[in-house]
Design a protein around this ligand. Structure first.
Ligand code: CA
Length: 261
């Protein structure tokens, strides 16, 4: 950092200064073209990476990709292709371009790769909006009210009375016993909702009332059930509301199904 003092000894606003052997050289700039955003995968799955880089006053000499815990863990190809992530965790992949003067891109582009355990199926609520049949509006809602949802969206069910319901369809790739939980939003105008899976009640109704802030309860456990491979119907029904709540709405950030057997 470089500070400049005036006569009174007051430092200027600090700035980052890149010290270069080639002070007139413009650094190169890399771009990740695939994936186009952050991604979530299951352990053992692959992500396809591609990129480009340019240099305004020379040429790009080197591409340096880094994939923490990936297979392979690095690449010098502009577009390295398929990288497998075998282990659950969150990793930041990056592309650093180097130009013909040996100067790095000072702000390499990155992608966050979230790798879930192999037995976990995470389904974003917003991805189920298109499957909904309901007695009230079901819509995608972008981050609001001080909340950042997973995937930046939630499913918003604008129920207004007891008995309103929506039916969502999920797809389960592998038959087994699953624990179903959900990240449910709470707000001052939310109601109490029950869940049935393929017509059978599961767990206790969830009270979505919270005031004054909008919050998300990330681990609302509904319970365990047997699911065959294929489509299943989740029916959310309004069964009441907290006496303090002013409406009956429901917000689902995501569902999580963990295969236990
Ligand atoms: Ca979400």
């Amino acid at each position: 950092m470089l500070f400049v003092l005036n006569r009174a000894g007051v430092p200027s606003v600090a700035r980052f200064v890149q010290v270069s052997q080639n002070p007139t050289d413009q650094p190169p700039k890399g771009t990740i073209t695939a994936p186009t955003g952050d991604v979530t995968i299951t352990a053992g799955q692959a992500v396809k990476f591609a990129g480009t880089a340019s240099d305004v006053d020379g040429s790009v000499q080197k591409y340096s990709w880094f994939f923490p815990e990936g297979t392979p863990e690095s690449s010098s190809a502009p577009s390295p292709g398929t990288i497998v992530f075998p282990t659950a965790g969150t990793y930041v992949a990056s592309l650093t371009a180097v130009d013909d003067k040996g100067v790095n891109d000072p702000s390499p582009p990155t992608r966050r790769v979230t790798v879930q355990p192999g037995n976990t199926l995470k389904i974003e609520g917003e991805s189920l909006v298109a499957t909904a049949t309901a007695t009230a509006t079901v819509q995608v809602q972008y981050n609001c009210c001080g909340v950042v949802w997973s995937g930046n969206d939630q499913l918003f069910f604008r129920a207004s009375k007891v008995g309103d319901y929506m039916v969502l369809t999920i797809n389960v790739p592998t038959a087994g016993t699953y624990d179903l939980s959900a990240a449910m939003t709470k707000a001052r105008d939310y109601g109490i909702v029950s869940l049935a899976v393929d017509g059978a009640q599961l767990g206790q109704p969830f009270d979505g009332y919270n005031s004054p802030n909008v919050t998300v309860n990330n681990n609302v456990a509904f319970g365990s059930m047997q699911l065959g491979a294929g489509a299943h119907k989740l029916t959310f029904t309004i069964v009441g509301k907290n006496p303090s709540s002013i409406n009956y709405q429901v917000g689902i950030d995501y569902l999580q199904l963990v295969k236990t057997n």
